[in-house]
Design a protein around this ligand. Structure first.
Ligand code: ATP
Ligand code: MG
Ligand code: FE
Length: 345
């Protein structure tokens, strides 16, 4: 089954054609990051406008790259949630138009389910159940993936997401948006023990995260040091910050794995590209005897291939939407998409 997938939840307009959830026939990503960099973050109105301007062209391009016409596609998939509402609406309405014009089924896909499904493309042998750490710009979740469309969140951030903490800490160090990758690069040249940063304690759930105190500690350290006329060693601070974030993520994930009994551990989302996190999880999983699955670097950030991969399993489960499908800014990963009707075989 060949699915044409569309992603427009944030600042990447992306299309892909994916076969049977695992094989990417073509994938196109149009990133707006250079434009949003000027403002230090994503400007929602600009994001929506650029999606509207780009979506037709990149849909034509993905079909041309796969050497296919729309009539040869079996279904249309689209990210319907979560994300910036104006950005989501561009993709959702475009996908509804394509579905109506072509008569092909419309499959709504949750963006975070998509991030997890990036691993189905990278690892053809990976199947649920497994335990997944989702670390992205807006999410830091520990999720039990019981089946392809069955999810239980057992831990999440109480405040900032991991990616958000990376980006805000990076900003205070003078790096441009999105700063996660610059911290990663600088950290490779620094000493992770140079600055002592707080490891937050979260009351209640042992699997919940909190990154805002750590982020504020970095911002205060930069301000106080520069006010005294002293200089911060950015490489050392990046290394210390990254080491602390990776330790928090790794320790909580290992604790959750121990308690829940999962032996297969999966990581998803933009921050899964981080070299320190990959190394720290590799070492921890090796010592615990767990198998670790990491997405290919090209599939960590936002893309439509991951949406096409998850869409296949949504379709198999009967999750097809009608034309009343709407974009939603926020939907828990375990919830069913609105406007579903069971497909008639
Ligand atoms: P969400 O998926 O939660 O809706 P999003 O789509 O904006 O949010 P992603 O595209 O999954 O998020 O990830 C982007 C985040 O990943 C940014 O915060 C970015 O800084 C971070 N990131 C990307 N590469 C790295 C890296 N090498 N090290 C750390 N962070 C990184
Ligand atoms: Mg992005
Ligand atoms: Fe994302």
């Amino acid at each position: 089954m060949k699915i044409l997938a569309i992603e427009s939840s944030c600042d990447e307009t992306a299309t892909a054609i994916v076969e049977d959830g695992r094989e990417v026939l073509a994938s196109v990503i149009n990133s707006q990051v250079a434009e949003h960099q000027k403002y230090g973050g994503v400007v929602p109105e600009i994001a929506s406008r650029r999606h509207a301007e780009n979506i037709v062209e990149i849909t034509e391009k993905v079909l041309a790259d796969a050497n296919m016409s729309l009539s040869e596609v079996d279904a249309i998939a689209v990210t319907y949630a979560p994300g910036l509402i104006g950005a989501l609406l561009v993709g959702v309405n475009f996908a509804k138009g394509l579905s109506l014009a072509s008569g092909k089924p419309l499959i709504p896909v949750h963006h975070i389910r998509g991030h997890i499904a990036a691993n189905y493309i990278t690892h053809p042998d990976l199947k649920p159940p497994f335990l997944c750490l989702v670390v992205s710009g807006g999410h830091s979740h520990i999720i039990e993936v019981k089946d392809y469309t069955e999810f239980k969140t057992i831990g999440k951030t109480r405040d900032d997401a991991a990616g958000e903490a990376f980006d805000k800490a990076a900003r205070s160090m003078g790096f441009c948006y999105p700063g996660g990758i610059y911290i990663d690069k600088a950290a490779q040249l620094g000493n992770p023990k140079a600055y002592k940063l707080p490891i937050p304690h979260v009351d209640g759930s042992p699997y919940d995260f909190s990154f805002s105190g750590l982020k504020t500690a970095v911002i205060n350290l930069v301000h106080n040091t520069t006010q005294k006329g002293e200089t911060i060693d950015n490489n050392d601070l990046a290394a210390s910050f990254q080491h602390t974030v990776c330790k928090i993520l790794t320790d909580k994930l290992m604790l959750a794995a121990e308690h829940s009994g999962y032996k297969n551990i999966v990581v998803a989302g933009g921050v899964s590209a981080n070299s320190g996190l990959r190394a720290s999880l590799q070492a921890a999983c090796k010592s615990h005897g767990y198998r670790l699955y990491l997405p290919a670097l090209s599939l960590c950030g936002d893309n439509a291939a991951m949406i096409g991969a998850q869409a296949y399993y949504e379709y198999l489960c009967g999750n097809v939407a009608d034309l009343s499908l709407n974009g939603c800014a926020s939907v828990p990963i375990g919830d069913a998409a609105p406007c579903l009707h069971k497909k008639v075989d």
